[in-house]
Design a protein around this ligand. Structure first.
Ligand SMILES: Cc1ncc(COP(=O)(O)O)c(C=O)c1O
Length: 398
């Protein structure tokens, strides 16, 4: 090998992506691209693939951002977030759940996505094992693996309304110790919720075994079957993660929050100082005002409920009759195994032949996901109705 070959090799080695960055892609993005191609060719596509509200942020949030923009420079904020926003979030727990939260334990984050990263970094060492529900939201496992931690999937089923059962958690812990368990309720992709009793039992079991509890409450507020309970009602040690993305329709503003035990506040503050300095200021100002827009968001929620009722009535008539109860969030997770062997091919065909874009289940469950598709009903109810009709006609045609 010549000197210049050796130099080239060492440059190539420097430019190689790390093994930790080798996380799986989000397959839904392939559906998004295929849908965009159809739209570019002039077809009308009804989007039920991406989990985002069609509605915008509360008017008062937008007005607050406009006022802030007009009133002077937008600088950094404190790393833990604007004190007034942290206090407002704490008040939200008193108002909605009757739970007393010290604003000092509230951390404002860049969406809940950044909250997960901060929580994992603050709580876990490389090599730690964290239980997650399967099926579940894929970035949990992918971010954990990038951090050198191991996501331990726990199978969930109709028998426990798709919540992690305490005995399954304990069994996994006995096999090899777990450091934490992460549960979302309402959940993505199943749209199911844990009852307060089931959630309380899981939190108590985790505590008794010395397993930390992380509660993804991003779909709180979007509960239809019964009221969603916060993990903070059961434990001050739980790490609770939430966001303005879903209930407040603020996905693109990238603002969320977490409530953490006292002992994690300073470590998370140091991490946020170094990783982000602070969360976008304009978004924090808008987020604080969003709490005054609850009436507007409740009207949006009534739209989701109408769509949910419509899908529950019409899809079974079309042969899509196996899905968990649509307790909350805005998802329907349908078993399509009686119609196809591979839900990715099924979703692609559905898109081409009906113009309705849905997500194949493999994104959420690498083992059984090929049997499922996820439909998001956060769009306009008229669009959801049209999608149900198109899917129904398509399935009846065979
Ligand atoms: C269960 C769940 N958690 C977290 C997130 C992340 O959302 P964000 O970063 O916008 O708060 C999502 C987004 O779809 C989600 O479905």
């Amino acid at each position: 090998m010549t000197g210049s070959d050796a130099m080239l090799d060492s440059v190539r080695a420097l430019l190689m992506a790390s093994a930790r960055s080798d996380v799986p892609p989000f397959m839904v993005m392939d559906v998004v691209e295929a849908a965009a191609r159809l739209e570019a060719a002039g077809r009308r596509v009804i989007h039920m693939e991406i989990g985002q509200p069609a509605a915008g942020a509360p008017m008062l949030a937008i007005a607050a951002a406009r006022t802030a923009l007009a009133s002077g420079p937008i600088g950094y904020t404190q790393s833990l977030g604007l004190p007034s926003l942290r206090a407002r979030i704490a008040r939200h727990y008193a108002e909605r759940h009757g739970v007393d939260v010290d604003p000092g334990r509230v951390v404002v984050t860049t969406g809940s996505s950044a909250a997960f990263l901060l929580a994992f970094l603050a709580m876990l060492e490389a090599g730690d094992r964290i239980a997650v529900a399967n099926p579940g939201y894929p970035p949990y496992s992918n971010v954990l693996s990038a951090l050198g931690c191991e996501a331990v999937p726990i199978e969930i089923s109709a028998a426990t309304r798709f919540g992690i059962a305490p005995e399954d958690l304990i069994a996994a812990h006995r096999k090899r110790p777990l450091k934490a368990v992460l549960m979302a309720s309402p959940a993505n992709p199943t749209g199911t919720m844990m009852t307060a009793d089931a959630l309380g039992a899981l939190i108590r079991a985790a505590k008794a075994e010395g397993i930390a509890f992380i509660s993804d409450e991003i779909y709180h507020g979007l509960d239809y079957a019964f009221t969603a309970q916060t993990a903070l009602a059961f434990s001050n040690d739980a790490v609770v993660i939430n966001s303005f993305s879903k209930y407040f329709c603020m996905t693109g503003w990238r603002v969320g929050w977490m409530v953490v035990p006292d002992v994690l506040v300073r470590p998370i503050e140091r991490l946020q100082q170094n990783l982000a300095i602070s969360v976008p200021t304009l978004s924090q100002i808008a987020a604080e005002a969003a709490f005054e827009g609850i009436a507007e968001m409740e009207a949006v929620k009534r739209g989701y409920e109408a769509s949910r009722d419509l899908l529950a009535a019409r899809l079974p008539r079309a042969g899509l009759n196996s899905f968990p109860p649509m307790d909350g969030a805005f998802y329907l997770y349908a078993d399509v195994s009686h119609l196809c062997d591979d839900s990715f091919a099924f979703a692609s065909r559905m898109l081409q032949e009906t113009g309705v874009a849905v997500t194949p289940g493999a994104d959420f469950d690498r083992v059984n996901g090929r049997r499922f598709i996820r439909l998001c009903y956060a769009g306009a109810t008229a669009d959801v109705a049209e999608a149900a009709e198109r899917i129904g006609d398509w399935l009846r045609r065979g």
